[in-house]
Design a binder for this molecule. Structure first.
Ligand SMILES: Cc1cc2nc3c(=O)[nH]c(=O)nc-3n(C[C@H](O)[C@H](O)[C@H](O)COP(=O)(O)O)c2cc1C
Length: 312
């Protein structure tokens, strides 16, 4: 069975990647997961300078989900290039670097700095961080700044650009089209949903920023819908994510139109979740005689349930 997929000229051995911010810089999972077997890993969001992240509580579990307010804590691009990238190269996995900035100029500078690093397959531009004022609200919901950012990083990049979109929008198609028109090579969706938790005893918001990002199984149906709508709107390959924890979850995203998927929050309760999603996906295809996983992308039956027999 052929598990390989292609994303904007990049061949992945399978469509299962680890999601940004939930898999460290990759090397932390070296002894836990057979990283070379994955389709790829996406690093924690990296910025030009190190960032210490947000004050106060950073993670809070909810029913079927998790709120986070990390604030893009990271070691900065120079330290990553020097200490982590050489180790990642030895692991033999496709490395996608998640990029964060607070202005177009900062994203451009970040990409220029990363261009110097050997062994990076693509950049995933986090244009949708819910936990920082600048990089979040500015690009997440307005097609014009999103297009400006996309065009600016595209102008300097040596590598494919995946634009990671926010789910906190009314019309995802407009943002997807704006990124496509500005030169994006692929789209990743979704980032976390804006959420909030309150401690009823103290009557205070749990997070210093008040608003945090919701992820995990709770958001899966919302994310599948957004991937579906984005796939209807653009011809770009889509990397789908949001609550994926099993092979069948992954299949849902592929049928909705994704060409590859990422596993995020599931890594927090099962550090081997990427491997089990991959095994589950493989089993799903094998049991149904599906010769190539890429045949699942967008292969949604249009008839509503009950009107026709689904394929077995
Ligand atoms: C603790 C945490 C940190 C995250 N950090 C980043 C990040 O640095 N850059 C980014 O683009 N997305 C980040 N995300 C978002 C995830 O990559 C993913 O888009 C989101 O959590 C939805 O997928 P999931 O439900 O499988 O976790 C983070 C998510 C979590 C839970």
């Amino acid at each position: 069975m052929d598990l390989s997929v292609e994303i904007a000229g990049l061949r992945l051995r399978n469509p299962v990647l680890a999601a940004a911010g939930t898999f460290g810089y990759g090397v932390e999972f070296e002894d836990i997961v057979e990283i070379a077997r994955l389709g790829g890993i996406v690093t924690k969001g990296l910025s030009c300078e190190p960032r210490s992240g947000n004050a106060g509580l950073r993670l809070f579990e909810t029913s079927a989900g998790m709120l986070n307010s990390i604030g893009v804590q990271n070691m900065g691009i120079p330290a990553f290039l020097e200490t982590r990238l050489p180790r990642l190269r030895r692991l033999g996995v496709l490395v996608i670097v998640n990029v964060y900035g607070e202005s177009v100029e900062e994203y451009v500078r970040a990409v220029e700095m990363l261009n110097e690093g050997e062994g990076i397959a693509a950049y995933e531009i986090n244009a949708s961080c819910p936990n920082t004022r600048a990089g979040g609200e500015l690009f997440a919901s307005d097609p014009a700044p999103l297009a400006q950012l996309t065009a600016a990083v595209k102008a300097v990049t040596r590598r494919p650009i995946w634009i990671k979109l926010s789910p906190n929008v009314t019309r995802i198609g407009e943002l997807a089209r704006a990124a496509e028109a500005a030169g994006a090579d692929a789209l990743s969706l979704v980032n976390t949903f804006l959420g909030m938790a309150i401690d009823v005893h103290t009557r205070r918001p749990r997070f210093a920023n008040r608003i945090a990002g919701l992820s995990g199984p709770a958001i899966k149906p919302l994310a599948v819908r957004l991937v579906y709508e984005a796939h209807q709107a653009v011809g770009l390959p889509i990397i789908g994510l949001g609550g994926i924890a099993s092979g069948e979850d992954a299949v849902e995203f592929l049928l909705a139109g994704a060409s590859a998927i990422q596993v995020g929050t599931a890594n927090f309760w099962d550090p081997k979740a990427t491997e089990s999603v991959l095994r589950g996906l493989e089993k799903f295809c094998r049991q149904r005689g599906i010769p190539a996983v890429r045949l699942l992308t967008g292969a949604l039956e249009n008839a509503p349930p009950g009107e026709s027999e689904p394929p077995v």
